[in-house]
Design a protein around this ligand. Structure first.
Ligand SMILES: [Cu+2]
Length: 203
């Protein structure tokens, strides 16, 4: 390749980087800052690690809540993977047990008119038998609305999830900075494993 072609390509890459960075920047003021990268087909979402909580046939993996700046009435979100063994189930609700949150909702992030929008999903999501429901940045998440206290890295908060069959499961969710808390697949920080079309693996 001659040097002109090479530098043209480099400029192209640079422009892509700038575009990606500005997308990230544009989203950081949002409640749901992740930029969507479609990685739904990623085979790397194994559930080999130990679950952090379990209730009947429901297992929770890699749960975390996003740390917030110390601003009144801030929002945050919790993410995790939820696996149903044996029989299917449905996540139908969430609550924050004794925490400083005004309201907890099940949310999805969708691309609408060129921008990331969040909306409530009151009916929740199906978890297929032997399948995994992924709550991740830029996709499905448990929205924590109107925090009266800052969530700091190292804090632990109590989240209750309500399942159609398994019932209510309350467990500890560690608070982490978003930048070092992608759910483990490729990419750094915010780019992480965000999915516009959340992963539903299984049968
Ligand atoms: Cu949300």
């Amino acid at each position: 390749m001659n040097s002109l072609a090479r530098s043209t390509r480099r400029i192209g890459l640079l422009m892509v980087s700038v575009l990606v960075l500005s997308l990230v920047a544009a989203c950081t003021d949002d409640d749901e800052p992740a930029v969507s990268t479609d990685m739904t087909a990623s085979p790397g979402t194994s559930t080999e690690t130990a679950p952090v909580a379990r209730l009947g046939h429901i297992e929770i993996f890699d749960a975390w809540a996003r740390a917030t700046p110390g601003i009144a009435d801030e929002n945050s979100a919790a993410y995790m993977r939820i696996r149903a063994t044996g029989e299917p189930d449905r996540l139908v609700g969430a609550a924050w047990d004794g925490g400083p949150v005004r309201e907890v909702q099940l949310h999805e992030t969708v691309m609408e008119g060129g921008s990331m929008q969040m909306r409530e999903v009151p009916a929740g999501w199906e978890i297929p038998a032997e399948g995994t429901l992924e709550l991740a940045r830029g996709g499905y998440h448990v929205m924590l609305i109107g925090l009266s206290e800052q969530l700091e890295p190292g804090d632990t908060v109590h989240l209750t999830l309500v399942f159609e069959r398994a019932g209510e499961l309350t467990f500890d969710v560690p608070v982490r900075e978003a930048t070092d808390a992608s759910s483990g697949t490729s990419g750094g920080g915010d780019m992480g494993s965000a999915t516009a079309t959340p992963t539903m693996s299984g049968n």
